[in-house]
Every structure is written in C-alpha cells, then in structure tokens.
Write a protein that binds this ligand. Sequence first.
Ligand SMILES: Cc1cc2nc3c(=O)[nH]c(=O)nc-3n(C[C@H](O)[C@H](O)[C@H](O)COP(=O)(O)O)c2cc1C
Length: 196
Amino acid sequence: MSLVLDPAAQDLLFREARTANTFTDEPVTDEQVQAIYDLVKYGPTAFNQSPLRITLVRSPEARERLVKHMAEGNQPKTATAPLVAILSADNEFHEELPELFPHFPQAKDVFFGERPVRENAAALNAALQAAYFIVGVRAAGLAAGPMTGFDYEGVRTEFLDEDHTPLMVVNIGKPGPDAWYPRSPRLAYDQVVTTV
Ligand SMILES: Cc1cc2nc3c(=O)[nH]c(=O)nc-3n(C[C@H](O)[C@H](O)[C@H](O)COP(=O)(O)O)c2cc1C
C-alpha cells in the first residue's frame, strides 16, 4: 500500500523482471533504444554529469569482435542476443558540464579538473545510469542480461578509447526458451536496513 506505482508496473520493472540468458530473434530497434534512453536520461547523477555512454553492437562483424572478449560462459548469449550494448563511463564528462550544469558552470574546473577525480566520479555515476538503463529496458517490455564477465582491456581497445572505461555488456531482447535459472533469494529488509 505504500507504493504509488501501479502494481503491474512494479511487476514489469522488478518482481517479474528477470536477467535473461536466452533470447528470441525478435529484433530490438533503434526506436526502442531511443525511447529507453529518453526515459532513463532523467535518472539523477552528481552535478548532472551524465557520464554513461552506450555503444550498440549491431553489425555481425562487430558482434564477432565483441564475442571473443567475453568470458566463455557469456559467449553464446552475446553471440545470439538480438542487440548487445557496451556501457562505458566517459572520463572526460566534464567537457559537457557547463551545458549540463548551467547554474554552476565552474564545476568543470573547480571540482573535475583532475583526471583521477573524474574517473572515480564517472565510475559511480555511470554505474548508476547503467542501473537506470536496465530498468528502462524492462520498461520497454524487454529483458536485459547485464554482464561484467569480459576482458575489459580487450573491449576498451577494440571499441572504445583511453577516455572511456567499459562498465558492462548488456544483452537485450525478448526472453527465449529456458531464459533463466530459478530466482535466487534476496536479502531481507532487516538484513540490509539499519536505523541509527
Ligand atoms: C553488473 C552485473 C554483472 C553481471 N555479470 C554477469 C556475467 O558476466 N555473466 C552472467 O551470466 N550473468 C551476469 N550477471 C547476471 C546476474 O547474475 C543476475 O542479474 C542476478 O543473479 C539476478 O538474476 P535475476 O534478475 O534473474 O533475479 C550480471 C549482473 C549484473 C547486474
């Protein structure tokens, strides 16, 4: 009774949403990805820094180059998912800050002039945005299969550059046959929440 979100939406986004390991071959369109992004871009980040970058791996040739950097157990799903996205953190996000945080444009230099500071901030805030993205994929009626089991340096060299740190690779599509393992338990409220 405490949640105001429609119960069907709660199920779609969380209770019935699963991490898919197999997919049908129904395509995922650029329009769907744009709708997902245009929803989740409103999720908050520090200073509105918005460091997430998304690389859609569409061509068979690019897919092949990605699969070889995936951990063995992840290769079949990345080879067969209708769409695969590489999520990365832009360590040079500060270049956009004067536009993204117009009421304090000096933040670019005052807070984010140093690369190690930017890398820490980008890692945290792009990870937050990756979580919003996964929920957005679910909001589109699709399933996401996020993965960190891959060769980071390989993926960075193959698809990104020194200014971008890979975060995760996400398979996206409609779940296929035997798409998931039995649901694993979650920690209970009392195990997680303390009040001081
Ligand atoms: C950041 C992240 C990395 C993950 N990496 C992998 C992976 O490399 N391989 C894999 O099979 N599953 C991976 N998973 C899937 C998780 O094991 C799965 O989301 C979790 O067990 C919850 O499953 P459920 O959504 O079906 O309840 C990853 C999930 C997340 C969020």
